[in-house]
Design a protein around this ligand. Structure first.
Ligand code: B12
Ligand code: SF4
Length: 515
């Protein structure tokens, strides 16, 4: 039963202790949940506090959180400025979008527990879905834990008469089967922050049928049975309405950059073609999205190019052995062939793309690293068409890899350090990349290989940019950017090696190298 009285829900998006450039993005999870609840419950009043945006607006400083009283007084001031009624009929709903938000989430939850002890706290988002046990302990501030999609579970909590709990009540994944049942996206719920965003995004589908080792997509749909493993999308007609709504808000707020944030955009080719037929040709806007290579062909790419949709691909590695270990595909040869075919077509269409590469996945050897690096050197010749995201493997909880560490230890001689890095501020920077890849390749060695290869790639990029016939509009900015990336990376690896020294990790390989 829905309570008769007025219901107040305050959504809180946590700050981050270590900022990243993608913090500029709008957080869709709480927006979708809020929009859904508002469409289902008449007497509900909601507001949202986005602490990253509040920081930008000068209302909050995440560096001043010690002693804890300092943090609490900042929270008091923040809540005073929004002036949202928090009484017995209220819920505080916090999102934990990634594991990197764990510490701030706990600080915020404890603040509410201390200052508003009668108000239940609901948690949702990727980290709580991957490690719910992090929030279940004696005197935890959390009352409800939502695993996976939040809309129906949150409605359930409200309808069943929410109240403070002794131990958190867990709501297992309860996905929306037909995405068209969700209300149309309403960015006005973020009105007070819209001017602070540089990109607007929508999500046109959910779920992914693949099970890549480093991705927690499967965890997000765990326990829902096979049907929800499948990819689900809005109907193409409704997807067009979502797009139009996003563009309308973009125009009003002078935002020109857009994205479709689906785990795997356009997985069904049939859906994609129908959607693209409804999409404006040669539009005056540009959209980024992440897609799998396997779902594309020349026809689809030509249509995407004509509609100014740019693609990010998770190629991950150029080593067939590593593609298998990552469980990216069960036919690595075909996958690489497909990739080469897609690159040729993209080049013909002069279509810019981003390629994600992961270095140091467990199982990586000198040979597999070399294969990927040689490929990366070749691809840098196409610097005006391809941007390589050449990153170290990050060990996030909830992934098949994280759930099966022993398998990688036993099969490849991998080792994992700082397994609960998200719980400690001093481990947030480097703890998640501390992996020994394989028996004969130490962490320290792969870090050196990575640094040297990264620098060589940036230098090649600069060379190719200078030689490029079709000079990019922002040519000088781009060269500066590539140079800055070298300095950044050199510092990163230097700090990471110091971090290993302090924690006495792989001290033997350090001495072996010296002798
Ligand atoms: C798009 C995307 C991005 C975008 C934009 C992210 C953003 N807006 O902040 C970009 C490319 C920038 C990005 C960056 C990163 N991402 Co990302 N990203 C995604 C992706 C593919 C979709 C997220 C999304 O917007 N979905 C659409 C919304 C509607 O769904 P949702 O967020 O899942 O929300 C639902 C539920 O979680 C729940 N829910 C969420 N919040 C709340 C709150 C409450 C109160 C309730 C009740 C429910 C609830 O209900 C929502 C609706 O059903 C997810 C994968 C996925 N399937 O979610 C990964 C994912 C969230 N990203 C991930 C990671 C690791 C990152 C990075 C940390 C990578 C890095 N740099 O190391 C960064 C950090 C970004 C940040 N915010 O700090 C991981 C998180 C894993 C983990 N254990 O932490 C995920 C799950 C990918 C994966 N499958 O492994 N990301
Ligand atoms: S990396 Fe992409 S394809 Fe692989 S499981 Fe995650 S969303 Fe699916």
């Amino acid at each position: 039963m829905i309570k008769e009285e007025k219901l107040n829900i305050l959504f809180v998006n946590p700050f981050k202790l270590i900022p990243e450039f993608m913090d500029q993005e709008i957080l869709l999870g709480p927006l979708y949940v809020q929009n859904f609840i508002k469409s289902k419950i008449k007497n509900v009043k909601t507001d949202i506090v986005d602490m990253i945006k509040e920081e930008k607006l000068g209302n909050f400083n995440p560096d001043q959180f010690e002693p804890i009283e300092k943090f609490h007084s900042q929270m008091d001031k923040l809540l005073d400025t929004i002036n949202f009624e928090l009484d017995i009929n209220s819920i505080v709903a916090i999102t934990v979008p990634t594991s990197k938000h764990f510490i701030p989430t706990m600080m915020i939850a404890k603040y509410f527990q201390k200052n508003y002890p009668q108000i239940p706290i609901v948690l949702g988002g990727a980290h709580v879905s991957s490690v719910p046990q992090d929030f279940i302990f004696d005197k935890t501030p959390i009352d409800y834990i939502i695993i996976g999609e939040g809309e129906l579970s949150f409605l359930d909590i409200i309808n069943s008469g929410f109240k403070k709990q002794k131990t958190p009540k867990k709501y297992l994944n309860n996905p929306i089967e037909q995405l068209d049942d969700l209300p149309v996206i309403d960015f006005s719920l973020y009105n007070k922050y819209l001017k602070e965003f540089t990109t607007l995004s929508i999500s046109l589908s959910r779920g992914c049928p693949f099970n890549c080792s480093f991705c927690m997509e499967k965890k997000l749909i765990e326990g829902t049975g096979n049907i929800h493993k499948k990819w689900r999308s809005y109907t193409p007609k409704r997807a067009k309405i979502e797009l139009e709504s996003m563009l309308k808000f973009g125009e009003i707020n002078n935002i020109r950059s857009y994205a479709f944030y689906d785990p795997i955009f356009g997985f069904s080719r049939q859906w994609l073609l129908k959607f693209l037929n409804l999409y404006p040709i040669e539009p005056d806007f540009h959209v980024w999205t992440e897609c799998r290579l396997d779902v594309l062909n020349e026809d689809v790419l030509t249509k995407l190019a004509a509609r100014k949709v740019s693609l990010m691909y998770g190629l991950e590695t150029y080593s067939k052995k590593m593609l298998s270990i990552m469980n990216k595909t069960n036919n690595p040869t075909q996958y690489i062939e497909k990739f080469n075919e897609i690159m040729k077509i993209s080049e013909k269409l002069e279509m810019f793309c981003v390629l994600n590469i992961i270095i140091n996945h467990p199982g990586e050897t000198r040979q597999s690293f070399k294969e990927t690096f040689e490929f990366a050197k070749k691809i840098s010749e196409k610097v005006d068409l391809v941007n390589l995201n050449y990153n170290l493997m990050r060990n996030f909880p909830g992934t098949p890899l994280y759930c099966n560490l022993d398998y990688y230890r036993e099969t490849y001689g991998s080792e994992f350090y700082f397994l609960d890095w998200w719980k400690y501020k001093e481990q947030l920077d480097y703890g998640l990349t501390c992996i020994r890849p394989s028996k004969n390749l130490s962490l320290r060695e792969i870090l050196n290989l990575y640094r040297d290869s990264y620098i060589e790639l940036q230098e090649l990029n600069i060379k190719h940019l200078k030689e490029s016939k079709n000079r990019l509009e922002d040519y000088f900015v781009k060269i500066m950017y590539e140079k800055n990336k070298i300095t950044f990376l050199e510092n990163l690896i230097k700090n990471m090696i110091e971090f290993l020294d302090v924690h006495e990790i792989e001290i033997e390989s350090k001495h072996e190298r010296k002798s």
